[in-house]
Design a binder for this molecule. Structure first.
Ligand code: NAD
Ligand code: MG
Length: 382
C-alpha cells in the first residue's frame, strides 16, 4: 500500500491523481494533501480523504482551514515549513510533486533528499535546479518517475528505465497548442482566454500559456535532458496535433518505439503510482479504427521562439535555465494580468537572459539567488 503525500492537491494534476486513487482507494493511504490558498476546495478534499496532514502554503488560508477542521483528525500546517515537513515524513513513501512553478522546488528537493519515490509533475523544479536535483536523487537513492505525459511515454518506451543503451534520439511530441495555425500577426493579438483554451488537454493556467508559447516544450526538452541523462542534441520536438502518440525513442538500429493513449493525465499518473505494476486509470480505451489520422509536422520556430530559448539556455548551462524559468513565470503572470502581449513573453525572457550574468549552478543558494534576480529583472523589464 503506497503512503502518499500529494503536493498541489487542488490543481488539475491533483484532481487527476485523486481520480486514479478513487478507482482503488484500498491501495493507498492519504497521509498529506497540500495547496496554496483554496480553502473551500481543501476543506472538501479533507472531508473526502481524511488525510493526517493538510498544508496551506498561505498562512491566512491555513488559519481559516484550521478553524473549519477543528473537530477533525486532520492536522493543519502552513507555509514552506509545512510543505517540507510533509514531503519528508517517515510515514510517507511516495510524493506526488504537482505544485506549479518554482514554489515546488524546495519541498520536491527535500523529498529527494529524504529518498522518497517522487512522481514528478512539477517540471519547473527540475528545470531550475537540474544538476543538484539529480544529484540529490542519486545520493539518497530516491526514485524519480516522470508524470509529464511525454517523459512518461519515453520512460515506458525505454522499458521503464531512465537510461537506454544504443539510444539515438528522443522525440518529444507537441500538440502545437491553440495557436499552431495562427500567423505571426495574429499572434500579437491573442488573449489569455484564447491561450488557456487548449485543444486537447485541461490544465492549470500557467502550463496552458506555456503550451501556447511552446515554452512548455522547451521546459520539457530540459526536463528530458536531466531525466534521461542525455544532451539536448539528442532531443527532437515534432508537432503531433492529435496528442495520441505521447513521445517516441529511436534506437541505433532504426527502431522507433512510441507510447500511445488518450490525452488524459490519468494514464501517466496511474503508471507512476504503481510502477512497475499497472493500475486501472479509469480512462476509456483508444478506439483505433475510429481514430482520426495521426499527423506530424515541424515546429514553426519563428512564431514560437520560446523553444529555441530553452535549447540555448540548456546549452549555456550554469544558472541560465533557472533564469529562463523565472523570467517565464513572471512574463506568463504578466500576460495573464494583461500587462504584456503574448509575443512579448519570449522578448522578456530573452532580455532577462541577456542582462544577467550566467553563474555556475553549484548549490541551492546560487539557484535561489539567480531565481530572485531574474524575477526582479523580468519585472523591471515589464
Ligand atoms: P494548477 O495550477 O492546476 O495547480 C497547481 C497546484 O499548485 C495547486 O494545488 C496550487 O494550490 C499549488 N500551488 C500554486 N502555487 C503555490 C505556492 N506558491 N505554494 C504552494 N502550492 C502552490 O497546475 P497543474 O496544471 O496541476 O500543474 C501542476 C504542475 O504539473 C506544473 O508544474 C505543470 O507544469 C505540471 N504538469 C501539468 C500537466 C497537466 O496536464 N495539468 C501536465 C504535465 C505537467
Ligand atoms: Mg507534457
Amino acid at each position: 500500500m503506497a503512503k502518499l503525500c500529494l503536493l498541489g492537491a487542488t490543481g488539475t494534476i491533483g484532481d487527476n491523481t485523486l481520480a486514479v486513487i478513487a478507482q482503488q482507494p484500498e491501495q493507498f493511504t492519504m497521509v498529506a494533501l497540500t495547496a496554496h490558498r483554496n480553502v473551500d476546495k481543501m476543506q472538501r478534499l479533507c472531508a473526502q480523504w481524511s488525510p493526517r496532514y493538510a498544508v496551506m502554503a498561505d498562512d491566512d488560508a491555513a488559519e481559516q482551514l484550521q478553524q473549519r477542521l477543528k473537530h477533525s483528525d486532520t492536522r493543519v500546517l502552513s507555509g514552506l515549513g509545512g510543505l517540507n515537513y510533509v514531503a519528508t515524513l517517515a510515514e510517507v513513501d511516495t510524493v506526488m510533486a504537482a505544485i506549479v512553478g518554482a514554489a515546488g522546488l524546495l519541498p520536491t528537493l527535500m523529498a529527494a533528499k529524504a529518498g522518497k519515490r517522487i512522481l514528478l509533475a512539477n517540471k519547473e523544479a527540475l528545470v531550475m535546479s537540474g544538476q543538484i536535483f539529480m544529484q540529490a536523487v542519486q545520493e539518497n537513492h530516491a526514485t524519480l518517475l516522470p508524470i509529464d505525459s511525454e517523459h512518461n511515454a519515453v520512460f515506458q518506451a525505454m522499458g521503464g528505465q531512465n537510461q537506454a543503451r544504443d539510444l539515438k534520439k528522443i522525440i518529444l511530441t507537441a500538440s502545437g497548442g491553440p495557436f499552431r495555425q495562427k500567423t505571426k500577426d495574429e499572434l500579437h493579438h491573442v488573449t489569455p482566454e484564447q491561450a488557456c483554451a487548449h485543444p486537447n488537454w485541461v490544465m492549470g493556467k500557467k502550463i496552458s500559456v506555456d503550451s501556447a508559447t511552446l515554452m512548455n516544450k522547451g521546459l520539457e526538452v530540459i526536463e528530458a535532458c536531466w531525466l534521461f541523462n542525455t544532451d539536448s542534441d539528442k532531443i527532437e520536438v515534432v508537432i503531433h496535433p492529435q496528442s495520441i502518440i505521447h513521445s517516441l525513442v529511436e534506437y541505433a538500429d532504426g527502431s522507433f518505439i512510441a507510447q500511445l493513449g488518450q490525452p488524459d493525465m490519468r494514464v501517466p499518473i496511474a503508471y507512476s503510482l504503481n510502477w512497475p505494476k499497472r493500475l486501472n486509470s479509469g480512462v476509456k480505451s483508444l478506439n483505433l479504427t475510429q481514430m482520426n489520422a495521426l499527423t506530424f509536422e515541424a515546429v514553426n520556430r519563428q512564431n514560437f521562439p520560446c523553444l529555441d530559448l530553452a535549447y540555448a539556455a540548456f546549452k549555456q548551462g550554469g544558472t541560465a535555465c533557472t533564469v529562463l524559468n523565472a523570467a517565464n513565470e513572471i512574463a506568463v503572470a504578466a500576460f495573464l494580468n494583461r500587462q504584456i502581449k503574448f509575443m512579448q513573453i519570449p522578448h522578456v525572457i530573452e532580455q532577462t537572459l541577456s542582462r544577467m550574468d550566467n553563474q555556475p549552478a553549484l548549490n541551492l543558494q546560487a539557484i535561489l539567488a539567480a531565481d530572485t534576480q531574474a524575477r526582479a529583472t523580468a519585472t523591471a523589464l515589464i
